[in-house]
Design a binder for this molecule. Structure first.
Ligand SMILES: [Zn+2]
Length: 478
């Protein structure tokens, strides 16, 4: 009998291509990658989506400034995201761009369904629009007349739009969220969304008459789809909505959607309401992580402390960057990172911790067992708690558990002093080294979702059964 593998669909937001990738984008994508890799190792049929969001007035403006056509501009920036994800060993199954025909077709079909649902009407809107946000902004949110995030004056826009009756969805969303049918984590974010719903939802414009760089409405081609509405639908178009129904039905709904906390209103209110309007199931869970400061300062172009993830990868390697970001700040909370902190983790946890355990164990195996570990022992420790933590996105906690065992093993060697013991009790030394090898093998297996390259190196060397002068895993950095 065929066993049907459980499906697992995980997403990142599609990143807006007005600028190249920074460490925050990398953080979201690494986290989703770890969860995707974990579920693959558990034998599930995983689909891991990522991609780029390429329409809207902001892109058109940025392209004009760069003296490029919007398409040239988005091609260039989108490629930078793909490159960064390759450098970081991101194992996504597909990469969607909203300028692709498959996405435009899926969005047109979705909008037609939305129109048929009766939840769309034509109206006039007058309001303040922040191009930086690609969203309308309330007068009460302004500080000294400018958007507090973008420090720019919003445009007063009066125009004909098509509206979506978001106001009708407050009660049903509240119920789905409170019953955890639609799970929002951490709870602070769930509370934030619930209190926003409590204030009362207003209908939203889903089209723009004067934004040319976008997808036209099927029934009113003078208007393009509001960039957020269109971008959200990528989660369906990438898995074949309107094109490959079997594939779409296999993977939808998403099991978990990972993102930064600033975009939860779009993902926890507008997105599920749109899905309800067209009778599509809601994602099972949304997980929103916090923001980084860099050495105590807010990340800003003006301060000039924006970190290009490629720079860190070039210096420290993908595995070290992945480890550092997930270990340093508990996922879901705000936290501080810096190259100084990365160096401390690299030298401490990686070179002195895991790297040292690996080097001294393999060196002694070579010296005392002639490299022979063909029958290494089963791990003397149970590390399954690490994966339990990863599966609930408690990456830091899972890594701490693994490093506790690394510290335990290093202390065990210090105490046992195999270099002395070998003179009198070589059998005991053999047993100790085969146990340590078993532990290292298990550590590598458990680390594989976070540090795939390091895990693979350790496992291959042990599996060869004959250890001869392995390279150090991490070279200490001065
Ligand atoms: Zn703004």
């Amino acid at each position: 009998m065929d066993t049907v593998r459980q499906k697992f669909y995980i997403t990142t937001p599609i990143y807006y291509v007005n600028d190249k990738p920074h460490i925050g984008h990398a953080y979201t994508t690494i986290a989703a990658d770890v969860v995707a890799r974990l579920h693959r190792l558990l034998g599930e049929d995983v689909f891991f989506q990522t991609g780029t969001d390429e329409h809207g007035a902001k892109i058109a403006q940025a392209a004009e400034k760069a003296k490029q056509t919007p398409q040239e501009f988005v091609d260039e920036i989108s490629a930078k995201f793909s490159f960064a994800w390759d450098q970081l060993d991101i194992s996504s199954d597909d990469f969607i761009r909203t300028t692709e025909p498959r996405h435009k077709q899926a969005v047109a079909k979705f909008l037609t369904m939305l129109k048929d649902s009766g939840k769309i009407y034509e109206g006039e809107y007058e309001g303040l629009y922040c191009v930086g946000h690609e969203a309308f902004i309330k007068e009460s949110d302004l500080v000294d007349g400018v958007c507090p995030d973008h420090k720019t004056k919003p445009e007063l826009i009066k125009e004909k739009n098509w509206f979506f009756k978001l106001s009708e969805y407050g009660d049903i969303l509240k119920e789905r969220i409170e019953t955890d049918e639609f799970r929002i984590r951490p709870y602070t974010r769930q509370n934030e969304v619930l209190s926003f719903i409590k204030q009362g939802l207003e209908d939203i414009a889903i089209s723009r008459p004067n934004v040319k760089w976008g997808i036209p409405l099927p029934w009113d081609p003078e208007q393009t789809v509001y960039v957020w509405v269109e971008a959200l639908f990528n989660y369906c178009s990438i898995i074949g909505f309107g094109e490959d129904e079997e594939k779409f039905r296999n993977y939808w709904p998403a099991d978990i959607q990972v993102m930064a906390k600033d975009i939860i209103k779009f993902h926890c209110i507008i997105w599920p309401a749109l899905l309800l309007a067209v009778d599509l199931p809601l994602p099972h869970a949304i997980f929103a992580h916090g923001f980084f400061t860099i050495g105590g300062q807010k990340i800003s172009k003006t301060i000039g402390n924006v970190i290009d993830p490629n720079d860190w990868v070039a210096k420290y390697g993908a595995d070290a960057v992945r480890y550092f970001l997930l270990r340093e700040v508990p996922f879901g909370q705000d936290g501080d990172v810096s190259e100084e902190k990365l160096k401390i983790r690299y030298n401490g946890d990686l070179a002195n911790g895991l790297g040292n355990l690996f080097s001294r164990t393999t060196n002694m195996i070579e010296k005392y067992l002639d490299g022979d570990v063909a029958d290494f022992a089963v791990s003397p420790k149970d590390l399954s708690a690490a994966w339990d933590a990863f599966s609930t996105l408690n990456f830091s906690e899972g890594l701490v558990k693994i490093w506790e065992e690394i510290a335990w093993a290093n202390q065990l060697i210090d105490k046992a002093k195999p270099w002395e013991l070998v003179k009198t009790e070589p059998e005991k030394v053999k047993e100790l080294l085969l146990n340590l090898t078993g532990l290292l093998y298990d550590i590598a297996g458990k680390l594989a979702p976070v540090m795939p390259d390091t895990a693979n190196k350790i496992r291959k060397i042990i599996e060869s059964g004959d250890i001869k002068k392995p390279e150090p895993l991490f070279q200490k950095i001065e």
